[in-house]
Design a protein around this ligand. Structure first.
Ligand SMILES: [Zn+2]
Length: 468
């Protein structure tokens, strides 16, 4: 057996040439042809280069130096597109490389052009809340983080607030999806969307006696929120019954539900007992016994949904300090306002004129007698008449600033002080709940609030006996 010899094509040709008679014209022609072909081949080699065609889903999209260069280019693209999500992008495209010799002047396919030709996707998770697909996040880790951060808005556990059974009202469904990079929401944007809630606009038809404040209260909104939904409006914008305005209602996408047991120290406000002392001058008063607020430690269990406590039950209540009633001696009664009615002093159901938090109670506070109750709140918010009545005074009244006094009959009046604006005038009849003025800080006032007094037969009484 002869060993297998590996020979080139040209050598085969030379061997076969050797076997032929030299003089044959046919052979000479053949030799010439062969030489020409060889010469041509030499030219071909020097002006071409090895390369690879890139074929995406059967379509040639360009040329790269070689298969390895092509593969690296694709890898780079996938890595770069996925980097923002801590992942590598993927593609279902069929990418092939066909090695070839081509003109060495070729322009290699750029990364940007190749990227254009590829359909990339990221393996992500779709977050569905109560059946609505809200957004896609990069991975489950982002979802877990989002849920934890969102719960953190409402759940604040500490030694005085033990929280348990944290869950959601809505069903959360997580689905694996393949999406375009631009269809992925960042964890921050997803959180912002959840925190903002679902904003729905709807029409509201203004009713009789409505004010911006009242509309806000009816719709569980703040006055500023109602105004914001109606561009161009301010508290001074007059609205008439039947007019249509916009209401922006926000419902949470996700409701955190949890139970807890909380211990709070609460103030027991002192009561004020007034006694008439004939020895005192009319209109003057004197504290005969100082009052002092009490304190109690209250433990209660509660169920909360987002920021709303939906049920609350006192588990334990311990008075740690009893409140001491304040006793005030007053001079004989006098009639403060000539036009004021006098009567039984029976006060029909008064409503709280303003929703702000109580910042000061009736009675001696800091050495001075406080003749009403203070409700703190931003200037410009409207307050309402505590009961139906007649405006007997509306204007500047010294320390009271811009002030309104309403007469309700039976010797009962209410006063509203420190207003930024009065919306009624003397002689006008108002109904209960009707907006009469705007909260402010006029007169002797340290901050924006409504000072509210209940006056019975010319004397102030503790408003807390009538409203909270
Ligand atoms: Zn006050």
């Amino acid at each position: 057996m002869q060993p297998v010899k590996i020979i080139t094509e040209s050598k085969i040709w030379l061997q076969s040439l050797n076997k032929l008679p030299w003089k044959s014209p046919k052979v000479i022609g053949g030799a010439l042809t062969a030489l020409l072909v060889l010469g041509g081949g030499g030219f071909y080699l020097s002006s071409t280069a090895s390369a690879a065609y890139v074929v995406v889903n059967g379509e040639t999209v360009g040329v790269v130096e070689n298969v390895k260069t092509g593969e690296e280019l694709v890898e780079q693209i996938l890595a770069e597109e996925g980097a923002a999500f801590g992942e590598t992008a993927k593609t279902h495209d069929q990418i092939e490389y066909n090695p070839a010799r081509i003109n060495n002047q070729f322009t290699a396919l750029s990364k940007a052009d190749l990227k254009e030709k590829l359909s990339l996707y990221i393996e992500a998770v779709q977050v569905n809340i109560a059946g609505n697909s809200l957004f896609n996040l990069a991975d489950q880790k982002d979802v877990d983080e989002l849920i934890k951060t969102y719960q953190g808005i409402y759940v604040h556990e500490d030694e005085k607030n033990v929280v348990e059974n944290v869950s959601f009202d809505e069903e959360i469904e997580i689905k694996d999806v393949e999406v375009l990079p631009e269809q992925i929401t960042t964890a921050e944007a997803a959180f912002a969307k959840l925190e903002e809630g679902n904003i729905q606009k709807e029409e509201y038809v203004v009713e009789e006696n409505d004010s911006w404040w009242l509309i806000a209260r009816k719709n569980n909104l703040k006055t500023v929120e109602v105004l914001a939904a109606n561009p161009g409006t301010t508290l001074d914008t007059v609205i008439k019954p039947g007019e249509k305005i916009m209401i922006e209602k926000i419902t949470p996408y996700l409701t955190v539900v949890f139970e807890g047991t909380k211990t709070d120290t609460e103030t027991i406000p002192f009561d004020v007992v007034t006694k008439v002392d004939a020895k005192l001058a009319s209109g003057t008063s004197k504290v005969t016994k100082a009052g002092a607020d009490g304190e109690k430690v209250v433990t209660y269990s509660y169920v909360q949904k987002n920021d709303k406590v939906v049920s609350k039950a006192i588990v334990d209540e311990k008075v740690t300090k009893e409140a001491v009633s304040q006793v005030v001696a007053k001079g004989p009664k006098r009639v403060q306002v000539a036009s004021a009615s006098r009567g039984s002093g029976s006060v029909p159901g008064l409503v709280r004129p303003y929703g702000g938090s109580t910042s000061s109670y009736y009675g001696y506070r800091g050495g001075e007698f406080h003749t009403g109750i203070d409700y703190a709140g931003p200037a410009g918010e409207s307050y309402v008449a505590a009961a139906a009545g007649t405006v007997i005074s509306a204007g500047w009244q010294g320390n009271y600033g811009n002030c309104i006094v309403l007469d309700h009959g039976n010797g009962v009046q209410t006063r509203y002080a420190h207003s930024s604006k009065l919306l009624v005038s003397v002689g006008q009849s108002v109904s209960q709940g009707e907006t009469i003025g705007l909260v402010g800080s006029t007169g002797r006032s340290t901050g924006s609030h409504l000072h509210f007094e209940v006056i019975v037969n010319g004397d102030t009484v503790n408003p807390r006996d009538y409203v909270r």
